[in-house]
Design a protein around this ligand. Sequence first.
Ligand code: GLV
Length: 323
Amino acid sequence: MSDHRKPPVLVTRRLAPGVVERLAPSCAVTQHDEELPMGRAGLLKAVHGRAAVITTLDDVVDDEFLDAAGPALRIVANHAVGTHNIDLAACARRGVPVSNTPGVLTAATADMAWALLLAATRRLGEGERLLRSGRSWAWAPTFLLGMELAGTPLGILGMGRIGRAVARRAAAFDMPVGYHNRTPLPAEPGGGPHWLPLDELLAKSMVLVVTCPLTAATRHLLNADRLAQLPPGAVVVSMTAGVVDELALAAALGSGALSAAAVDNFEHEPAVPPELLAQDRAVLAPHLGSATVRTRQAMGGLAVDNVLAVLAGGAPLTPVAAR
Ligand code: GLV
């Protein structure tokens, strides 16, 4: 097919090697092949007339975006499991399907939750900064003591794919697991994670991992009052930006109510609140949850598969329904 007969597709960012190449045989691809986002004005211009667009969490898809795209747009394929950058209702009103990349990033993100959990409970960030600072140090029976995991109650807020993968890994650390989810999961034979009302989960969790999606209902769910319900010295690991109120988290660390926290992504990325940066007991990661070669290839591959399915006249493989 000559290029002018192929459907025009916009890819708003550089993707993992080998991903975009799969669009080339059947699509006329325009790509912003850069590490940084293209910026709003550039995005609105570039999306004009496209039949499909592969977006990232930095690209806000709203009525303005959809107006700029025009009526040829047949799919918004988000390169993320989250879709908080997308006005799903606006897409639904115009009949533009939205897809995401569930499943393929579960293991990498659960691994990162555990990397952060271990770093926070064992004070790895503080230790590393100390060595790199060149300050003197000496092993001592009381030096940089952290929290032991075996037998410590782990709470998981949000028991979707990622929450369940975090729970499975908890068995290796001998941690009893409680969780809160809108709907309790069917009980597992032989025990396993148990559902608790939110208040009870907070009261019982020495380590709380937040994996629920960001929605209108979960935004700042963990505010100052809810953080205060955690046991003294608890540790919070946040894998979803916007659910934990970052300033309330910094304040709880500052007061010593929490002994540590870890945050993988931030509400106003790339900004990180100075209040959190000032907390030595906060382990802060620049949104690395799904950042493995294999997972990013799979996420890109799934976004491409969604585009190809729709452009071939079918339905998206992993559609996202308007909430
Ligand atoms: C990552 O933050 C995602 O939603 O995929």
